[in-house]
Design a protein around this ligand. Sequence first.
Ligand SMILES: [Zn+2]
Length: 479
Amino acid sequence: MRTFLPPVLLPGLLLRLLLRLWVGLPLCWLSPAQAGADAVTPAMAAQADRLLQSALEKNIAWDVVRSLTTEVGPRLAGTPAEARARRWAVARLRAMGLDNPREEPFQVPLWRRGAERAEILTPFPQPLVVTALGGSTATGPEGVRGTVVSFPSLDALRAAAPGSLAGKVVFIDEPMARSRDGSGYARAVGKRRAAAYLAAERGAVAALIRSVGTSSHRFAHAGQMRRVLEEGESGVPTAALAAPDADQLRRALGYGEPVQVSLLLTPRSLPPAASGNVVAEIVGREAPQEIVLVGAHLDSWDLGTGAVDDGAGVGIVLGALDVLLRELPRPPRRTIRVVLFGAEEVGLVGAWAYLQRHAASLPQHIIGTESDFGAGDIWRFDSRVGEAQLATIDAMAALLRPLGIERGNNAARGGPDMKYLREAGMPVVGLLQDGSDYFDLHHTPDDTLDKIAPGDLDQNVAAYAAFLYLAAESEAYFR
Ligand SMILES: [Zn+2]
């Protein structure tokens, strides 16, 4: 069967899209989809188009972010605030009309931020803006002081001999490259994860890293060191420097004299505390045991209110579900399950807990994806499915093309909380957002609601609503 949209459905959508989108509408999108795409019928294509139109006209995504960031605010894993976020989510999902809204509890090691202060002592005394990395040990109330040894990269620190930095303060001054796909993060985040342990092995008393981010503003980017579920040594106290402060420290070092700094960090590592995932469904009408999974994460770092990370994802996913509940005349064939993961930021603890709890039904997890990359428009649709399923995915991608979304590759990751499910064999797709500005705000005090304008999330909601419907209505298995 042919899967292109009948031209009669186009005018309203076409008009709005031409007004809304900076990209022109590719003419090729009217061409028939590739052979073998029978899993997307003309009726499904028409329904998907109606979902796109509805999502672009009216959706609740921004209001979801407003509500979460205002009524809960910051929601660090394992804290009472994260518990309030779970109660907020269950109530919201119930009010929307989803089936079986519930918490699935688990425990997470708890870490709380304390005081944090850094100064250049000599030769140019002045304060530096820092924030402790998640999982950092404390300096004690007196703080530590030492002479700075600068490294241009994590690899350079790794090359230093064990014990060679006795009494020193390590400084890793490695910048992060800005890019649409966020690819600079994967490299830059290495220093956040490993600096504390490599510095400890070499005898240092503390470590400072240039913030993992692309902002030039004077705040530091928080973020987890090693994942809390990984075993290992505890490392030296470690903080991120705001980018302008990293620049300042570099300039001070450029005079060639020893630069001495002090660092005070008093975070606490506490016994495991309650966390949890929030789960709900639109139960399928014909194959309710088959699950199309969509996620976002509910927890956030503690400095901002978690608007772009990941309030936006929560808004996008709930917005898409709301469109489906309002527009579909009957439930799709398969179940659509939403998981709002807890404790993502500290190391995918909710994703691990989900895998453990649902291991028996893993083969019924048909396909999954997560929204966790801010509020930018989606520009590419990647998949990770069996070769024989590519025609179906291509047919779905053709229906997203009017949103300015191009077909990408078959090496999707599907989002951080899909990691363990993907590794266990669940097919995934990735609706890739423009992340050019995402790392200006990521894990900073500036991650707040004002950075997202009403309407910014609509294109995302449209794409998610259409994809979820098509995957849940189709008879294709994507493995
Ligand atoms: Zn996130």
